[in-house]
Design a protein around this ligand. Structure first.
Ligand SMILES: [Cu+2]
Length: 143
């Protein structure tokens, strides 16, 4: 093998390696509103999100009630993330916590709820629906 052929072979290998890397997952960064009150809420919300496979980081900000989450969108979705938060008792933009989930929160954590939450969330805030969404990862049509 002469030098020219070797160079060509090596560059072919390098190019295919790079192509292999580029199809790998891209980490998405999103910021959403999540209702809560205190440091205990922060802990609960972040734990619920970080428990999901594919979540790289989660940070809830008490001052503006926002969650910044970075995740691998091949492994999880915003729906799964927000379902997990709602199941922990906290209302998100997409889903509201069930009444029982909310009532289970310690008094200091019982944030003020949006009166229109049932109209706004897709799923009528029932645990069984969350479980279904969590399993399938898809949004049901029970609007
Ligand atoms: Cu709290």
């Amino acid at each position: 093998m002469n030098l020219k052929m070797k160079t060509k072979l090596i560059s072919t290998i390098v190019i295919s390696l790079l192509a292999g890397l580029s199809v790998q997952a891209v980490t998405k960064l999103e910021k959403i509103k999540v209702k809560g009150q205190c440091d205990m809420c922060e802990n609960r919300i972040e734990t619920a999100v970080k428990s999901l496979d594919g979540v790289a980081s989660a940070k809830w900000d008490k001052s503006d009630k926002s969650l910044t989450v970075s995740y691998d969108d091949k492994k999880t979705t915003m729906q799964k993330i927000q379902t997990s938060i709602a199941m922990a008792g906290h209302d998100t933009e997409m889903f509201s916590a069930s009444e029982s989930g909310y009532n289970k929160l310690p008094g200091c954590c019982q944030y003020k709820r949006d009166e229109n939450r049932k109209k706004n969330n897709h799923h009528g805030a029932t645990e069984s629906v969350y479980k279904k969404v969590e399993k399938s990862g898809a949004c049901c049509d029970n609007k």
